[in-house]
Design a protein. Structure first.
Length: 212
């Protein structure tokens, strides 16, 4: 048993895996284009320090756009327990996927706080009794999946993991995703949308600051 066989048993298909493999490079390319066109991110040290955080945001945004096109995943957002960090959840049936930037080489561990938050509002915690069991149940179609990706200008690694129920250990062999080369027109479209999203977020922060 491995991640791929479990996910297929839970209802995911080649179309789901292809969409994920298309969205990740799209996010990286869009962010690269945005950074090159934004001096604050490309030349200003405080801005440069945020690019690592923006990388996972760009991947989430690209995947959300791909999901809207193909209607393979329902997209939702969640907050960590401190309510100071948001993240994106992709859901197909009872399978929940969250994305995690694993550094330039893909060796960085997943933050457990995000894992807990992603599971907090799942309908029925079927896995509370056995912390060492795999966080999936083919009989009910439930699974919690971590999509880990790594790289700088382009992803060098992307794989699906199903952690054990303790959200610390992993027993199942991961599923490496086949990463495709994104279309330039699509990169431009996602870059423009990502730029507008960041601008809106910055405006909202400024408005909240002045209101306070």
């Amino acid at each position: 048993m491995n991640v791929e066989s479990v996910l297929r048993g839970c209802g995911l298909s080649d179309a789901h895996f292809t969409m994920l493999g298309e969205g990740i490079p799209l996010g990286y390319r869009a962010l690269q284009a945005l950074v090159k066109a934004t001096p604050m991110l490309a030349q200003f040290m405080p801005g440069m320090m945020t690019v690592g955080y923006l990388r996972n945001l760009a991947v989430q945004y690209a995947l959300a756009n791909k999901a809207a096109e193909g209607q393979l995943f329902f997209v939702d957002t969640g907050l960590n327990q401190a309510r100071n960090h948001s993240f994106t959840k992709l859901q197909s049936g009872n399978v929940i996927v969250t994305t995690h930037y694993a550094g330039a080489t893909g060796s960085r561990a997943v933050r457990k706080a995000i894992s807990r938050a992603a599971l907090a509002d799942r309908n029925g915690d079927l896995f509370a009794d056995d912390g060492k069991g795999v966080d999936a149940d083919v009989n009910t179609g439930h699974a919690y999946v971590q999509l880990k990706h790594g790289g700088i200008a382009m992803p060098v690694f992307a794989a699906l993991y199903i952690p054990n129920r303790d959200q610390r250990s992993v027993d199942l062999a991961p599923m490496l995703l086949e990463l495709s080369t994104p279309d330039n027109a699509k990169v431009e479209e996602v870059t423009d949308r990502l730029r507008d999203t960041i601008k809106r977020k910055n405006r909202n922060v400024e408005q909240d600051r002045h209101a306070g």
